[in-house]
Write a protein that binds this ligand. Structure first.
Ligand code: ADP
Ligand code: MG
Length: 279
């Protein structure tokens, strides 16, 4: 157990290293669902801004969207980690993502002392999407073909951008977008120094049924080689790590967001947690 001053001294080189750097944070899982963890997350992000980093938040809303769909009697289905999305599903997703989750994150960051601005893929034409290749199976799920970071560059100097994973195609048709993909593409477009994915597992597991099989470090080549064998929501997450690194990132991290302050622990302590992907 270290004393308080040791903790501060341990953080100092990281604070120096990260000063002025952009960090993209994919927010999701328990850290977004549980009140205590939500407050911890807001505290952490605000602290990053105070010590001179440029945090950019990207979030989805899986469980809450599912919950609202069930309330409305809509069928919930997933295919290879993607939500099967008919027009009604997309409509409910947008309402939950923007009307509820995004504004909740924004007001929480504001309340903790750093002003935030909520955005979706439509704002400032941030994302341009096209239907995913297997659109006949998953419906209105878009893959991001273009990221225009101009709007982020305007906002991020003064505010914390909070991006909901929703977008429209060039004809204005709305699409669901996987939030991990959105985070990876934003990170790549900004050449974010680090990208951190908060999720409900300890990281990338060699055997998804065994929490002891954590892969704590992998290169992009190793991730790409393993990608075809990975299923569920971990596949888009790993692909997003690859995108972030290929876009110029120094590292991408998949960390356990069920643990309080996992974001600060990852960034400012020597303890490597979760899976780290490096060039
Ligand atoms: P998030 O909301 O963070 O995007 P997802 O449910 O989309 O979470 O993705 C993470 C999930 O992927 C894990 O909770 C786990 O059920 C699943 N998964 C599938 N394969 C693996 C793997 N090899 N390692 C870790 N998790 C895996
Ligand atoms: Mg996911």
């Amino acid at each position: 157990m270290s004393t308080n001053v040791d903790t501060l001294l341990e953080a100092l080189p990281y604070i120096k290293e990260f000063h002025g750097r952009t960090v993209v944070i994919k927010y999701g899982g328990a850290a977004m669902r549980e009140e205590g963890l939500r407050e911890d997350f807001a505290t952490d992000v605000v602290l990053l801004k105070y010590v001179g980093l440029n945090p950019v938040i990207v979030h989805g809303g899986g469980p809450e969207i599912t919950q609202y769909m069930e309330r409305l009697g809509l069928e919930v289905r997933f295919h290879e980690g993607l939500r099967v999305s008919d027009a009604e599903t997309v409509e409910v997703s947008r309402m939950v993502l923007l009307g509820k989750l995004n504004s909740d994150i924004v007001q929480r960051l504001n309340r903790h002392g750093q002003p935030a601005v909520g955005l979706s893929g439509q704002d400032g034409s941030l994302f341009g999407v096209a239907p995913v290749p297997n659109a006949d199976e998953v419906g209105f799920v878009g893959s991001i073909e273009r990221v225009d970071v101009d709007v982020l560059n305007h906002i991020a100097a003064d505010y914390i951008p909070v991006i909901a994973s929703s977008a429209s195609d060039r004809d204005g048709r709305p699409y669901n977008v996987n939030a991990d993909e959105a985070a990876g593409k934003v990170a790549a477009a900004l050449s974010a120094y680090k990208t951190v994915f908060l999720t409900d597992v300890v990281g990338w597991l060699a055997d998804p049924a065994d929490e002891g099989s954590l892969i704590s470090q992998a290169t992009v080549e190793e991730v790409e080689a393993g990608l075809a064998g990975v299923g569920g929501g971990m596949r888009p997450k790993l692909q997003a790590c690859v995108d972030a690194i290929r876009g110029g990132g120094q590292s991408a991290h998949i960390v356990d967001g069920r643990k309080p302050h996992s974001l600060l622990l990852e960034l400012f302590t020597d303890a490597g947690i979760g899976t780290m992907v490096t060039p």
